[in-house]
Design a binder for this molecule. Sequence first.
Ligand SMILES: NC(=O)c1ccc[n+]([C@@H]2O[C@H](COP(=O)([O-])OP(=O)(O)OC[C@H]3O[C@@H](n4cnc5c(N)ncnc54)[C@H](OP(=O)(O)O)[C@@H]3O)[C@@H](O)[C@H]2O)c1
Length: 248
Amino acid sequence: MAIKDKVVIITGASSGIGEATAKLLATKGAKLVLGARREKRLQKLTDEIMKDGGTAVFQVTDVTKAEDNHSLVELAKAEFGKVDVIFLNAGLMPNAPLSKLKTDEWDRMIDVNMKGVLNGIGAVLPEFIKQKSGHVIALSSVAGIKVYPGAAVYGATKWAVRALIEALRMESAQEGTNIRTATLYPAAINTELLQTISDETTAKGFGELYQAYGISPDRIANIVAFAIEQPEDTNISEFTVGPTAQPW
Ligand SMILES: NC(=O)c1ccc[n+]([C@@H]2O[C@H](COP(=O)([O-])OP(=O)(O)OC[C@H]3O[C@@H](n4cnc5c(N)ncnc54)[C@H](OP(=O)(O)O)[C@@H]3O)[C@@H](O)[C@H]2O)c1
């Protein structure tokens, strides 16, 4: 399916994977609707895309608020008449051992990484059902297919994303709504994600790992574009993507 003129919502577009994907899809002619909390970053990205001949609008969005997700969909409809793809990318990773009892961070990860994805699905699904088409692409993580110490809650939220998106794929096929899905499982990608880690020992460990192996968020943007570009009758459900040199 050609990306040109597809209306694509991206959550967490203000940095990292979301930003890289917005830039790539803009060059391919997508009409972008960008959401995140940092307004200045969204404004700058939108200006850059427009200056380079692309099409983008933005709205300050907190994915933990159901109404913000709905108004992102409304913005897409008002500006471009429809939504073709939603890229549920917003997330954070304040990893730490459970024994550190960082319970506020547990809540935050559940709210953003899991409930944020559900809120996005809830906002876009009525449109996709009405249209009998649409594509939900979501960010899980290698932590959503492997368990590792220090990532208990983060991993749990990413396993949840995996379950939600796969069930959505199956239900949509059963219901004949023609909705495609893809779940991405990246390993070390160099973004601002590690800045969300407050536990010093964990931050140091991940910092060293990413410094040694991390690759550019452009690599994930390429996968998002590839998933969208498949023919309408073809669904690639899962992509595990990471640095060739990363040993785990
Ligand atoms: N980098 C990796 O190695 C890696 C690996 C596997 C999976 N992932 C996943 O990839 C996704 C993107 O992360 P990234 O690596 O690109 O990190 P990043 O640079 O920190 O980007 C995270 C994005 O999420 C947004 N965000 C956070 N809380 C939000 C909220 N409540 N509402 C709306 N937006 C929110 C941030 O924007 P604002 O702060 O402006 O709201 C930011 O744009 C995440 O789901 C992450 O778990 C990353």
